[in-house]
Design a protein. Sequence first.
Length: 216
Amino acid sequence: MTDNAKRGRAPFRVGLTGGIASGKTTIANMFADLGAAVIDTDVIAREVVAPGQPALDEIAQTFGASVIAADGGLDRAAMRQLVFTDENARRQLEAILHPVIQRETLRQSNAAADLRRLSDGERGQYQIIVVPLLLESPLKSFVDRILVVDCDEETQIRRLLARDAETDEQARRMLAAQTSRANRLAIADDVISNDASLADVRAQVTALHEIYVSLA
């Protein structure tokens, strides 16, 4: 548990993580429906590379015009193709984005906590901090508990082919570029299995919500 949470100066923070296409956003939205404050670093990552943002300028300087779209924004497909085939490029991108994302995550977390205190005091408040790469992120030390969204890799591949990946080979490279399923599960305080029906997943979320409210 973080020192701030022990002293009651910060909300109870749950780091929600999982492999690519494991269903993190769906589950985060379920927690939001139950009243949790949700801060999604994927959303923040998109915001900090909007046209005119310093991070986008640094990306362009580092990787060149090939990763910039015609509208001046980040060409996500080109960037994704690059970082999932070149380990050095992935690390360069992380070095640019991670500090910016971390600062904005902390800012949003504190702002959400202040708003909750004004509305209904300290009791029972908790936050869900969605961090896909939590194992490798400095935000790991910021959360009080780790929740892993888990599903089998073939399910991830099917979802990637429907959403992001152009080929089965690319989907498998995207999975291989992330930390292993075993490593994610090893750091988990809680696990939600997302191989089942939405009703079953919602029941798991509801049960954990009660636990988090109690812990907060």
